[in-house]
Design a protein around this ligand. Structure first.
Ligand code: SAM
Length: 403
């Protein structure tokens, strides 16, 4: 089997958790804090549904060395016959390195060395220069390095070995930007959930679906609806629809339901998604009775008061208690209405203090509320916090199973 090498995004634990949730722990092996090997053929993976991986690579070989000059020698020796398999035309080459002890200057020198060998074989070639040890998504996409004439070689240190892989799909940052910034209704007040994070939340909610089911043909999922009980402007619903699920959103604020409706109409027109695939209704999650069936729950809950800077301890404590109460009542209400085994992934607030995060108190009484918290093998609970530098309110991703 050809293995897939995943290069993880800014918060690697989220990418690892997502892969484990979808494919299972036994086929996944994290490498350093930048990559993971998946014992799944790249051809059966629908890369576009993964928010936490930025490069999807096909493993070409593994060398018993981490010494860069030996790696370079190996490349210069074996590369020419491989270039002959490419179609006619000028090929483009890029290099990305993770965990190996080399500098950017040396990497660029290697690229030029390989260029020379390939050029001498009679093939025309252009090299994408590195500003850092790895090429970013914009560089890969702009230079079409995953196209037929493109080659991004990815080198990942794995203990005393080096994995050499070829990037076959880069995360489509332009598509994410269109889905994020192009939405007709946005609201800075309720926050801007990045579509990538929405995908991770959905993938954590949907659980360990067998790889065979995650081929591009995910239409078979369609009868499985995802409920977001705090849908806001509808980012989780939008991403659920794009992943082939039905979407069901409720929110306390009628204005948010209107916003979600406009946004989902917009996305479904673009992607030709039937209007019957989504339903919206106003409802307070603390007491709402959900009218329609759903299989999973995924969403970003009420996050409490927004803060630009850490408030006084008293205000922080009040905010935490108020938010905790609303979310506790909501989780109790949901628990009464779902079947045993129903899986949820919620992004709950956590507050960044000087020395770590302050978590929602309700996390200590989940069992009393009718839930078990799911622990993953390769990602610790405490690592599943989405946070950017300078933010006070972070999002803690919690996976729950109804008892
Ligand atoms: C952080 S926002 C979610 C934003 C959403 N992910 C989006 O794509 O825009 C939280 C949402 O929870 C809603 N909310 C607050 N209290 C609620 C309650 N008791 N029941 C249902 N929704 C509530 C707010 O109106 C807000 O839209």
């Amino acid at each position: 089997m050809i293995q897939t090498l995943c290069i993880l995004g800014r918060q690697p634990a989220l990418g690892i958790a997502e892969l484990e949730s979808l494919f299972g722990a036994s086929v996944l092996r994290p490498i350093g804090n930048y990559a993971a090997l998946l014992d799944v053929e790249p051809a059966v993976i629908d890369f576009s549904r993964l928010g936490g991986t930025v490069k999807f690579c096909k493993v070409l070989t593994t060398l018993d060395t981490t010494d860069w000059s030996r790696i370079q020698n190996f490349l210069e020796t074996v590369i020419v016959p491989h270039t002959q398999e490419l179609p006619e035309g000028k090929m483009k080459l890029g290099l990305s390195v993770y965990g190996l002890n080399i500098g950017v200057k040396q990497l660029n020198a290697t690229a030029l060395g390989i260029k020379k060998v390939i050029k001498n074989s009679g093939r025309s070639i252009r090299v994408v220069p590195n500003n850092e040890l790895y090429l970013n998504s914009a560089q890969v996409l702009h230079n079409q390095l995953t196209s037929q004439l493109g080659w991004e070689l990815v080198f990942v240190r794995d203990g005393q070995k080096t994995i050499i892989a070829q990037n076959i799909a880069e995360q489509d940052i332009e598509a994410y930007a269109r889905r994020d910034q192009g939405r007709p209704k946005r609201d800075a007040q309720v926050g801007m959930l990045p579509p990538k994070l929405a995908q991770i939340i959905i993938n954590l909610a949907c659980g360990n679906v067998k790889p065979a089911d995650i081929t591009c043909d995910i239409l078979e999922y369609k009868d499985d609806a995802i409920l977001d009980p705090f849908c806001g402007t509808g980012v989780v619903l939008q991403e659920s629809l794009l992943m082939g699920y039905k979407a069901y959103g409720t929110d306390l604020e009628p204005r948010m339901i209107d916003y979600s409706e406009v946004n989902l109409d917009w996305i479904s027109n673009i992607y030709k998604i039937p209007k019957e695939n989504y339903k919206l209704e106003q409802g307070d999650a603390t007491n709402h009775i959900w009218q329609f069936d759903f299989k999973f729950i995924a969403g970003e809950t009420y996050l409490g008061r927004p803060f630009n800077v850490l408030p006084t301890p008293q205000i922080l404590q009040e905010t935490i208690s108020d938010t905790n109460l609303i979310l506790k009542r909501s989780l109790q209400n949901i628990s009464r209405q779902i079947k045993s085994g129903t899986r949820l992934c919620l992004a709950l607030p956590a507050w960044k203090l000087q020395n770590g995060f302050k978590h929602l108190p309700l996390l200590d009484s989940l069992t009393d509320m009718g839930y078990n918290r799911l622990s993953l093998v390769h990602a610790g609970e405490k690592d599943l916090i989405y946070h950017r530098d300078g933010q006070v309110v972070a999002r803690e991703l919690v996976i729950l199973i109804k008892k």
